[in-house]
Design a protein around this ligand. Structure first.
Ligand SMILES: Cc1ncc(COP(=O)(O)O)c(C=O)c1O
Length: 404
């Protein structure tokens, strides 16, 4: 019997880390646990009844197509429908600018596989989505974080970092950025900064990965143009997904970009999964065609907006002074900062004992900083759970501060 796989592992196999978030998700299955940890959509938003007749319809009208292998680029019907949907939203693209992936996570993985050699530097926000950091690390990337201010990545710091890495002879190709309601901070990058980041990418000949799963979950304020739209040199690769606007269980996302780059992603996808589940793609296509996505999304946005307001009012009511948090215009997360010197990991251990979970912010800092920060998800818990969760969390923090 083999007791350990270690001796068989490749270098990249050895470098893989178990996601801290997935580990916490195991704990939150415990009865009585209130979770602010995962980035989970509210199950109430899943349109189970509306999907039943659509699934039957797809089986009856195009069952063989749905159950057969499909093209790697994605179902032609879904690609066309998404192009039309982007056009309605003001973004003119052609079908050749759009491919389907098995969630955004696959797109991140394929991009890592195509572009990263061991030792290459990838620039990202401090903090940034853990799933991307871990993926780039598997391909041997060195992650270099740029501190975010209230408006996201600071272009001047980005440029300084690029210049200094170049001075040291480091190889740089990619900037990874989550411009809309960033995971984990909730911050949105204003259009002026988007333009500056694109100018910097042009000046130093870098590609930009614009990862935007939360873009359509906007509660208030004006949408900022996508970086894809602002770019004129075909260097922005934009990742979208149905995970937060519909249902993550379908595992369907899409990428828009320069066909020259998409072609490389397709080649990598052929060795990854051949195609994204055609059945799922056809169901989503029909769901959009019937106008149900927009209808359901409106309800989802209203629900999350109300949940954001509620959790913020609870934070204001129960959190001790000196604790601050972001108040995002959309997305799924608040980012909380405790006074310097407080350790969110320690607070998490105590919080789990009190049946309340969150994710320590340091998980998202590629340089290991951010010990005094926490990511709080507000989409999943209902109002009663959210209030009880904030009361418990505030209690643990006050105890750490010696207030009670
Ligand atoms: C910033 C970001 N990118 C990508 C993903 C992965 O999404 P998907 O479910 O489409 O793979 C997530 C999931 O939470 C995310 O927050």
């Amino acid at each position: 019997m083999i007791n350990s796989a270690e001796r068989f592992l490749s270098e990249s196999g050895k470098s893989m880390k178990r996601s801290a978030i997935r580990e916490i998700l195991k704990v939150i299955q415990r009865p009585g646990m209130i979770s602010f940890a995962g980035g989970l959509p509210a199950p109430e938003t899943f349109p189970i009844n509306e999907l039943k007749p659509i699934i039957l319809e797809v089986l009856e009208k195009d069952g063989a197509g749905g159950l057969q292998y499909g093209t790697t680029e994605g179902d032609p019907g879904l690609r066309r429908i998404l192009v039309e949907r982007h056009a309605r939203q003001g973004l003119a693209i052609k079908v050749e600018n759009l491919i389907i992936t098995t969630g955004s996570q696959q797109a991140i993985d394929l991009i890592g596989r195509i572009f990263i050699d061991p030792g290459d530097y990838v620039l990202c926000g401090l903090p940034s989505y853990l799933g991307a950091l871990n993926t780039f690390l598997v391909y041997g990337a060195k992650m270099k974080g740029i501190t975010l201010d209230k408006e996201g990545i600071v272009p001047e710091m980005l440029e300084e970092t690029i210049v200094s890495l170049r001075e040291y002879g480091r190889k740089l190709k990619l900037i990874y950025i989550i411009p809309d309601f960033q995971n984990p901070s909730g911050i949105t990058l204003p259009e002026s900064r988007r333009k500056q980041v694109i100018e910097i990418a042009e000046k130093y000949d870098l590609l930009i990965i614009e990862d935007s799963p939360y873009r359509e979950i906007r509660f208030n304020g004006e949408p900022q143009k996508t970086m894809y739209e602002l770019d004129t040199t075909g260097r922005v690769i934009t990742l979208f997904t149905f995970s937060k606007i519909f249902a993550p269980g379908f595992r369907v996302g899409w990428v828009i970009g320069n066909p020259i780059i998409l072609d490389k992603i397709i080649m990598a996808k052929q060795t990854s999964d051949l195609c994204t589940a055609p059945f799922n793609q056809k169901i989503i296509a029909r769901y959009i065609e019937k106008g149900l996505l927009e209808e359901n999304l409106k309800k989802t946005i209203a629900l999350y907006s109300q949940r954001r307001d509620h959790i913020i009012s609870c934070f204001r009511k129960y959190m001790p002074e000196n604790v601050t948090w972001t108040e995002p215009d959309g997305g799924l997360f608040l980012f909380v900062t405790l006074p310097t010197g407080f350790d969110a990991d320690l607070i998490l251990q105590r919080a789990i004992e009190k049946n309340i979970a969150f994710v320590s912010g340091s998980t998202f800092f590629c340089n290991g900083s951010g010990q005094n920060t926490m990511r709080i998800n507000f989409s999943y818990s209902n109002n009663n759970e959210a209030e009880e969760g904030v009361i418990r969390l505030a209690g643990v923090i006050k105890q750490e501060m010696g207030i009670i």
